[in-house]
Design a protein around this ligand. Structure first.
Ligand code: NAD
Length: 360
């Protein structure tokens, strides 16, 4: 048996965690789930949103399926998702974006993979607030050392991009492409403007590409990439990006495949991997057995592949695809009319997926 941590999250988390777990188990993958809590609800009981037992379980098993967790706005704890990524150096955010027949979208036949760097760039958290002493000091220093001047009433965010971080993520993208038999990696940047951060990213991307002559390599400037993805998404395959562009383009690509309800993801490091849907905890739907379990279930498909259960992963992905294609036992968001009374609930959609797995 493989031990896997299941973090049930909050909001709609527990409902979709249960649905996804049942779907995964129906493929008989030999997983022993170590069920743990995190988020707002456990905060009230345990005094922390991320109990020690949850962290210990991730450390012991190194693989987790995680349902969404609410981040309170403006008060309370900071994002646990960001905390987990930092704590376990989950430097790669992997988001496959694939069209499934039957999903409402303007596009068909999308099959892209976004590989986003998760630890550096403008998200490194190095920020200087307008009017603070250290901000004024920094601005004075910069203005004394450079011709171009920064206005005194500025706030500043620093964008670090390192050789180490870039090399790790670009290598990850190539290794993923090789393992999944994909043919091309595109590195995205704005090196024409930010020569010392994005320029370094591009230089390192080109160096790493030399080690993978079996896989095609190209680069694109981020604004052009956005237009190309809308006009000719079929030209792209694996796309590797620094943190901020990766965040924006993963939502763009989620839009191409029909939105958040069907977009899976994973945060992966050298010692741990956490699989989770792209969407959040949608608190307004909590406890209603209403939302779509597909994104977390497809994150489970990625998890199965990660632990080497390839046949089980294919079986589950085919079952999800077939339920969506039939369009009968699907949640409200997959119906043409969101008020369609034939829409089923979260657990009923999971039942339909399980039935397909069993009959395959
Ligand atoms: P959200 O993704 O939770 O919900 C936005 C809207 O998308 C919902 O109102 C709903 O209409 C739709 N939606 C989301 N998931 C769906 C599903 N499975 N099926 C059908 N429709 C679905 O985004 P939000 O409202 O901005 O965030 C809510 C909370 O989730 C915030 O606290 C945020 O910080 C957190 N969040 C957590 C994660 C994570 O745990 N990885 C990711 C994103 C946001």
């Amino acid at each position: 048996m493989t031990e896997v941590t299941l973090i049930t999250g909050d909001g709609i988390g527990p409902e979709i965690a249960e649905a996804a777990r049942r779907c995964i188990d129906s493929t008989e993958p030999g997983i022993n789930w170590d069920v743990k809590e995190a988020g707002i609800e456990v905060m009230e009981k345990a005094g922390t949103p991320l109990p020690k037992e949850t962290l210990a379980s991730i450390e012991k098993n190194s693989v987790a399926l995680k349902a969404p967790i609410t981040t309170p706005v403006g008060k309370g704890y900071r994002s646990l998702n960001v905390h987990l990524r930092r704590k376990y150096d989950l430097y790669a955010c992997l988001r496959p974006c694939k069209s499934y027949k039957g999903v409402r979208s303007k596009y068909t036949d999308i099959d892209l993979v976004i590989v986003r760097e998760n630890t550096e760039d403008l998200y490194a958290g190095i920020e200087f607030e307008k009017g603070k002493d250290d901000t004024d000091e920094l601005i004075d220093w910069l203005n004394n050392h450079r011709e171009s001047q920064i206005r005194k009433d500025s706030g500043i965010s620093i964008k670090p991009i390192s050789v180490t971080g870039t090399e790790k993520i670009v290598r990850f993208a190539f290794e993923y492409a090789r393992k999944m038999e994909r043919s091309k990696v595109t590195s995205v940047h704005k090196a024409n403007i930010m020569k010392f951060s994005d320029g370094l990213w591009l230089e390192v991307s080109r160096e790493v590409a030399k080690d993978y002559s079996d896989i095609e390599f190209e680069d694109r400037i981020v604004d052009n990439m956005c237009m190309q993805l809308i006009q000719k998404p079929e030209l792209y395959d694996v796309i590797v990006l620094p943190n901020l562009y990766g965040d924006i383009l993963s939502d763009l690509c989620a839009g191409l495949i029909g939105g958040l309800g069907v977009a899976p993801g994973a945060n992966i490091g050298d010692n741990a991997a956490i699989f989770e849907a792209t969407h959040g905890s949608a608190p307004k739907y909590k406890g209603q057995n209403k939302v779509n379990p597909t994104a977390l279930t497809l994150s489970g498909v990625m998890l199965l592949r990660h632990i080497g259960k390839l046949a089980e992963a294919d079986k589950l992905e085919n079952a999800v695809a077939s339920v969506i294609a039939e369009g009968k036992s699907v949640t409200y968001d997959m119906k043409d009319d969101r008020n369609d009374p034939t829409a089923v609930g979260t657990s009923e959609m999971a039942d339909a997926i399980i039935e397909k797995v069993k009959s395959s």
